[in-house]
Unconditional design. Sequence first.
Length: 290
Amino acid sequence: MDGRDSDGCTKRNTYTMKIKRTGKSFNYTPANCPKHLILTLGFTEEQTERMTKARRILPFVERRTTPCIDARKLWEQIGKPYGQFNKWVEQSVESILVEFLQNGEVVESKTQTGRRPRTDYTISRDCAAHLAMNTRTPEGKAIRSYLLDMEELAVKLLKHAPIRGSMLANIDNQVAHWAFVTTGNKAKAGELPKSLIKQEALRIEMKLKSAVCRAMTGLSAGEWKAKVGHSIRDTLCTEDLNRYSLAYASTLAMLAANMAPEQIEKILSFGFGNSIQVDDYICESHQEVA
C-alpha cells in the first residue's frame, strides 16, 4: 500500500493487505444458488424446496443441448409413468427421443443385463424438459414448475449477483485498505505491536460493517445473524442490498474525512435509519428454532 513520508513523497507502506476480495465466491448460478438466497430473492418455501431437490436430478446447465442427464433417473423423478421405463419410452416419449437424437442431444447406450440388453439414454436439458412436460403426473407437473422457477431464478441472479459480488467486494477492499493503513501507522508510531496489525485492521473493518448494519436496521451485524440465521448481506433482497451497498459506500467518504465509526454510524442513521426491517427476513422456520 502507498503512504507518504514527511516530505509528502509517495513511499511503499510495509503493512499490506495480502488477501484481495473479488466477490467471485458469491457469483452463484441457478445450479449452485444456496437455499437461503433463493428465499431472499422472493421464492416461496415450496418453490425453494422443489428447486433444490429437482436440480439434483435435472440440473440447470448452461449448455442446454449437451447430453448430461440420465433419462432413467428423470423417469423416476417424474413418478415412473407407465410403471416401467421401457413402456414409458415406447408408448409416450419415443418420438421425442428420436427427434432430439437427430440433433445430437440424446446418446443411446446398451447394457447387458441377461436375456436382452438394457437401453439407456443420456439426454440434454432441453430434451429432459420436453419429456417432463409430456408427462401427466403430479411429479411431472412439479418438474414443469421447477423449470419455470429456475428460469426466473436465473433472471433474478443477474440483477442480484453484481451487487453481492463485485460491488461490495470493491468497497470491502477499499475499507480494508484504509484499516490496514491506519493500523500500520499506529504500529510505526509505537501505539500498536506489529504482530497485531492484521487483527486490529480486521476488527476495525468488522466494526464499520456492524455500524452500517445497526444504522440501517437497529441491530448489529451479530444481532442480525442471530435473529435471521444468516449475515445481512446474504439475506437482503436485491432492492435492500442495493440500498445497503449505497450506505456502505458512503462510509468511504467519511473514512477519508477521518471520522470515527461512531460518527459514521450517526450520520448514516440520518439518511438510512431503519430503512431495512429485520421482521421482513425472519422466516417461520427460524422463528420456531429461535
